[in-house]
Design a protein around this ligand. Structure first.
Ligand SMILES: C[S@@+](CC[C@H](N)C(=O)[O-])C[C@H]1O[C@@H](n2cnc3c(N)ncnc32)[C@H](O)[C@@H]1O
Length: 241
């Protein structure tokens, strides 16, 4: 998958792209990130990309000219949707990550300062927010999107099953995980996980997953795909279904 990232700070991406799963995805040819510096498109003699807001008020606004030219440069290479990372956007979820992972190429526009000139909306295709808070710039949000989407691309994870079992994959939070040693500071790994009985382990994990979701994010249960056995278990825990 190809991401075209439009940013004023391309160097911010170097670190995340050169570690762990994203690094391996790049090496395997599963991920390509084209970093496009918006400043390179400024026609101002001082390469300015921001200016004061009409009507007054604090901060600066990203000017339309460099943004239009940078976006048109990307769009001249194909039918590439441009998503603006913005606190006003649709909240990014695992479901959205799954949808985006099916696409061949998308562009991510990172804002800065007070954001972009409103007229730039004419050339963007969507807006993505990573949550109800304000970041300094869209770069960290773009990295979040790239990371979450890349894990879902076929062939990126060495154990694809982990993407299916992780929290949110079925609107349920993941079951508890343990590793060695069997006893740490008096705390034991649950006996069932040492039993070798795969059916019992699967049942225990499913029930823990339901229990944790009920405790920490009951709102998710409304969307989860629940079996009759799941519903019975949740009713026993006091959940009305
Ligand atoms: C300081 S913010 C601008 C906030 C803007 N003045 C507002 O109140 O909506 C600068 C940039 O950070 C990015 N940004 C901030 N919060 C974000 C969020 N929650 N999700 C995605 N991008 C965000 C956007 O690209 C935005 O243009």
């Amino acid at each position: 998958m190809i991401f075209d990232v439009l940013t004023l700070f391309p160097e911010m991406f170097e670190c995340v792209l050169s570690h762990s799963i994203l690094k391996r995805a790049v090496e395997k040819g599963k991920l390509k990130v084209n970093l496009i510096n918006i400043r390179d498109f400024s026609k101002d003699k001082h390469k300015r990309v921001d200016d004061y807001p009409y009507g007054g008020g604090p901060g600066m606004v990203m000017m339309p000219q460099p943004l239009f030219d940078a976006i048109e440069f990307v769009k001249s290479q194909g039918n590439i949707p441009v998503y603006y990372l913005s606190p006003k956007g649709k909240i990014f979820t695992q479901e959205m990550a799954r949808e985006l992972s099916k696409m061949e190429r998308i562009a991510l526009l990172c804002g800065h300062y007070e954001g972009i000139d409103e007229r730039v909306y004419a050339v963007i295709d969507g807006e993505i927010s990573i949550g109800d808070f304000i970041l300094t710039g869209g770069e960290l949000a773009a990295m979040v999107v790239i990371d979450a989407v890349t894990r879902l691309i076929d062939g990126v994870l060495s154990h694809p099953q982990s993407a299916l079992e992780e929290s949110f994959s079925d609107y349920l939070l993941e079951y508890p995980q343990y590793t060695r040693p069997e006893v740490f500071r008096g705390m034991r790994v649950p006996e069932v996980l040492l039993s070798g009985n795969h059916a019992e382990i699967a049942r225990w994990r499913r029930q823990k997953s339901l229990e944790i979701t009920l405790l920490k994010r009951p709102d998710l249960l409304k969307k989860a795909n629940l079996t009759e056995e799941d519903k019975k278990f949740l009713r026993e825990k006091g959940y009305e279904i």
